[in-house]
Design a protein around this ligand. Structure first.
Ligand code: ARG
Length: 600
């Protein structure tokens, strides 16, 4: 069957756009059909309408001189005529002309009910229009250096992006482009062999490996002889000298063990195709570029100049070695021609923007990358700063380690839970205590702590820097994972209290029917799911998904004040809406990497 079948969700925006276009053309049959598209804005904080369009203004200005609007003298009058036009669709209930020629659009109740009932019956299925193979290059730490907060964003954003693309039905290749082949290995191997000649029997732990890096770097910068020898080691390694390869493997393995611990805690699934993976084809890549006639010699180095860019790509260094640019060119070719990927996404901080621009242009010059058939995009992001807005350092001035951040977030979440218990025992007013048994504290705290970090990162406009602030991340009243998790638990507890044993049966026996304006409001928000996810992957803006989830939770909180769910004549339909909310929340949690808890 088609990707978009009867059981998939639908893009509400698409349906409205087409319905509105029909209305406009019914009102003004002389307008050229292909001269306009309806622009839509989603309005989620109004109970009377859900969408708004400025398109009439544009159409009016474009065609007023051609006398297509009869005696109507302004965009407002044109908008009024469109609003008064009967529509034939079942999507829109009401169109209203507001000030300046804007139109507001209210969804049809029956339409909302049908869509919600369809979600309840069929689950959440995304209407994928065009299947693509997408490679997501993320996390990508450097071997022999511990993962630090700088790699946090790449890992969190990348994992979430993969989950969203997969949910949409795309084929996703998750790539960890670890830095395992750079010049740093020359000095590392050199130093390792000097300091730990018995490394095979007596393996240094990673703490030492990082020290090894620091020491090696120190020597490299200060000792000319060491530097020369290190450069020779790079060449030897790249020529696959067995001693070097052996030392290299050991270093990589130690690093890998460390970052796998982090991936496990963050629940990240990623496959390593590090820089070294491309080593066998680097010679050939360089030859291919030369044969294409785009390589220039520049003081002994081989470079590719890119139009409009001052700095060129350097595919062979003066000393004959390969570098970051070479491996990225090789990776581009492999991913496009061999893996047959349509879309290539790269997640690093914005500082590497220029590097990727060069690589993308280089791949284009080589004819591998042929937009619009292929797309190469850099999903750059800002820095993580300390709570004070300055560079993120520990008290002793060291860079902050990712694993310490996770531990601390968990610790703090644990304290929050313990505080609830204490306050409850002391009989403090408003204290809710906890439904968790002490054995469950640890797991709950781990989930909350990790979710808090992830969500706080994802909800940022990714280009901006942000301050790493535990208090803000874990605030149960703010736009945080903790708030969302509470909200979810509350929803579950209502569903539990309803006494309904089997929701599958219940769903089959009852249908959702709007009985209150706020139900409409909440339901319409659920129906935005498809459009939100579509723009998230079009624009690479995961923060919109976060805003969307938060908005649902705010609306549920409002709903509790607006109407009764249990023990009401409308209990059945309201429970069905709760169930649909639960489905959307649970799916969204998965997409942003929140592992929910069932009680708090
Ligand atoms: N290892 C690099 C770093 O830590 C990131 C690699 C990103 N991916 C790529 N294909 N260049 O800065």
């Amino acid at each position: 069957m088609d990707q978009i079948g009867v059981n998939t969700m639908r893009s509400v925006q698409k349906l409205i756009k087409s319905a509105m276009k029909t209305r406009v053309l019914t009102a003004f049959p002389n307008l050229p059909q292909n001269s306009f598209e309806i622009q839509l804005e989603s309005i989620s904080n109004n109970l009377n309408f859900e969408y708004k369009t400025p398109t009439v203004i544009r159409i009016y200005n474009q065609f007023k001189k051609q006398n297509l609007f009869g005696d109507l003298k302004s965009e407002v009058e044109v908008a009024q005529k469109i609003a008064a036009t009967e529509g034939q669709d079942n999507v829109i209930q009401k169109v209203e002309a507001i000030e300046k020629g804007f139109l507001t659009i209210q969804l049809n109740n029956q339409f909302i009910e049908d869509e919600i009932n369809s979600i309840l019956a069929n689950g959440l299925k995304f209407p994928l229009e065009k299947k693509q193979k997408v490679v997501v290059d993320y996390s990508s730490p450097n071997i022999a250096k511990e993962m630090h907060v700088g790699h946090l964003r790449s890992t969190i954003l990348g994992e979430s992006l993969c989950r969203i693309l997969e949910f949409q039905g795309q084929e996703v290749v998750r790539v960890n482009h670890v830095g395992d082949w750079g010049t740093q290995f020359g000095m590392l191997i050199n130093h390792l062999l000097e300091e730990y000649p018995d490394y095979q029997t007596n393996k240094p732990a990673l703490k030492e490996l990082e020290d090894l890096y620091k020491e090696a770097k120190k020597k490299f910068d200060s000792n000319e002889e060491f530097k020369l020898k290190s450069q020779q080691f790079v060449v030897k390694l790249q020529a696959l000298d067995p001693v070097c390869i052996d030392a290299w493997k050991m270093i990589c393995d130690l690093s890998r063990q460390e970052y796998n611990k982090i991936y496990q805690r963050l629940n990240v699934k990623i496959t390593e195709y590090g820089e070294s993976y491309y080593n066998p084809i680097l010679n050939e890549i360089v030859k291919e570029c030369e044969a294409k006639g785009i390589v220039e010699l520049d003081q002994g180095a081989k470079i590719i100049r890119v139009k409009g860019e001052k700095v060129p790509l350097m595919i062979v260094k003066k000393d004959g070695g390969y570098n970051y640019d070479t491996t990225d060119m090789a990776a581009a070719k492999t991913r496009i021609l061999e893996w047959k990927c349509d879309r290539l996404l790269y997640l690093t901080d914005v500082g590497q923007w220029n590097h990727f621009k060069l690589v993308f242009e280089g791949a284009k010059l080589m004819g591998w990358h042929q937009p619009p058939n292929t797309s190469m995009e850099h999903m750059g992001f800002g820095l993580v700063l300390g709570p004070d807005g300055k560079k993120f350092k520990t008290r002793s001035g060291d860079t902050v380690k990712l694993i310490d951040l996770l531990d601390e977030a968990k610790e703090r979440a644990l304290k929050q839970i313990q505080l609830r218990v204490q306050e409850n025992q002391q009989g403090k007013e408003f204290s809710t205590g906890t439904a968790l048994s002490p054995e469950e504290f640890e797991t709950a705290a781990e989930r909350m702590g990790i979710a808090a970090i992830k969500y706080y990162d994802l909800k940022q406009n990714r280009i901006s820097d942000y301050n790493f602030d535990y208090d803000k991340m874990l605030d149960p009243k703010g736009n945080t994972a903790v708030y969302l998790m509470y909200s979810y638990v509350r929803m579950l507890s209502i569903l539990r209290k309803s006494g309904i044993q089997d929701f599958e049966v219940f769903k089959g026996e009852h249908k959702f029917k709007i009985t209150h304006q706020h139900e409409r409001h909440l339901a319409a928000q659920l129906l935005r799911f498809v459009d939100v996810l579509q723009s998230v992957t079009d624009q690479l803006a995961i923060n919109w998904l976060c805003d969307y989830i938060y908005d649902i939770c705010v609306k549920i909180a409002e709903a509790y004040n607006q109407y009764r769910i249990l023990n009401d004549e409308h209990t059945q339909t309201r429970l069905l809406l709760c169930e649909a909310v639960k489905m959307v929340l649970l799916q969204s949690f998965h997409l942003v990497g929140i592992e929910p808890i069932e009680k708090i």
